[in-house]
Design a protein around this ligand. Structure first.
Ligand code: HMG
Ligand code: MG
Length: 299
């Protein structure tokens, strides 16, 4: 059993964590969250989403967020861009990295981005091309890698096919999303085994939602296989607007605690991160879904 020496955390709280909130959150609150995360030592923050405000109203202030950031040295601030319109707007705001998002499920693709999987891939091509021209790196997401809210089980071969398409298109990394958190360690390993035959392990990331309480166990399983990039959300905030009942990402505090225990470096100050989780949940009136965060706050 070999674990990676270091793991890079991709903090998706300001985007995945907040996108599903129905009451508007002030742009200043989002900016303060992003600032605190940077101060806690997070080196990669998904800050905004350049999607249609009709589809995801909470992300409508993407321009204000992206241009209002207090940048910390060495931190990458990224944004979702589903199409050229989103990318152009993000570029105007000086974004340095973006992400496109596809799915391993036809039904989810239709609900989430209003097109088939094949159409989405065709739509991403010009996004990748334009981003390359602008010197902006592109990350790729695949949703529903361990199950779909509409189709149920998803074949690992389908996940591998979409991941390979994104990688071949030029995505420098492919993040594997267990959107509805139904995976278990064994299904996670099997899926990863299939995908890593087509995309090198070091180009893959784990993006696990914790709906069924399996995310940490699943992460442990894929860390054993060589995954060294983990997406997480402070205080376990979040859910996807197009996956009903899906709860937040695995909590960043819980991931850092696990990694610390395994002797894996992250460069993150756990206390500062936990304070950030306490602060944001109190500010937006949400329960803190990080067990570590709650435990540390109670000390
Ligand atoms: P569409 O309706 O097919 O697009 O939506 P369209 O090109 O026909 O445009 C329709 C309208 O949207 C037009 O406005 C466009 O201007 C506007 P109108 O003329 O009606 O006033 N529009 C835009 N506005 C702002 N920014 C844009 C943009 N594009 C078009 N980029 C579209 C297609 C993809 C835009 C839409 O379906 C959408 O915005 N979907 C958002 C889905 C989303 O954000 N989901 C959550 C994020 S994904 C996720 O959470 C999963 C992940 O975490 C991994 C995991 O957990 O699995 C990543
Ligand atoms: Mg997600």
């Amino acid at each position: 059993m070999t674990f990676p020496k270091q793991v890079r955390l991709v903090e998706v709280g300001p985007r995945d964590g907040l996108q599903n909130e129905s009451t508007p959150i002030a742009t200043d609150t989002k900016l303060e969250l992003i600032d605190r995360l940077g101060a806690a030592g997070i080196r990669y923050i998904e800050a905004a989403s350049f999607v249609s405000p009709k589809w995801v109203p909470q992300m409508a202030d993407h321009r204000e967020v992206m241009t209002g950031l207090k940048r910390h040295n060495g931190v990458t601030y990224a944004a979702l861009t589903p199409n050229l319109k989103g990318l152009e707007a993000a570029l105007e705001c000086g974004v340095e990295e973006v992400a496109v998002f596809g799915a391993a499920s036809e039904a989810f693709s239709q609900k989430n981005i209003n097109c088939s999987v094949a159409e989405s891939l065709a739509r991403f091509e010009p996004v990748l091309e334009r981003a390359r021209e602008a010197g902006v790196r592109v990350r790729g997401y695949v949703s529903c890698v361990l199950g779909c809210p509409y189709e149920g089980e998803i074949a690992p071969a389908k996940v591998a096919e979409v991941s390979k398409a994104l990688y071949d298109m030029g995505c420098y990394e492919v993040s594997l999303g267990d959107t509805i958190g139904t995976g278990t360690p064994l299904t996670a390993k099997r899926m990863l085994e299939a995908v890593s035959r087509d995309v090198p392990m070091e180009k893959l990331a784990a993006h696990f939602h914790d709906t069924y309480g399996q995310a940490l166990a699943n992460l442990y399983a894929v860390l054993e296989e060589g995954i060294a990039v983990v997406d997480s959300s402070v205080a376990g905030l979040g859910g996807c607007p197009y996956a009903k009942g899906a709860s937040g990402n695995v909590a960043s505090e819980d991931v850092v605690y696990l990694l610390n225990g395994l002797g894996i470096e992250t460069g993150i100050d756990l206390d500062a991160l936990a304070n950030t989780g306490t602060w944001i949940t109190q500010t937006i009136g949400r329960p803190n879904r990080s067990k570590v965060g709650v435990a540390l706050a109670a000390r």
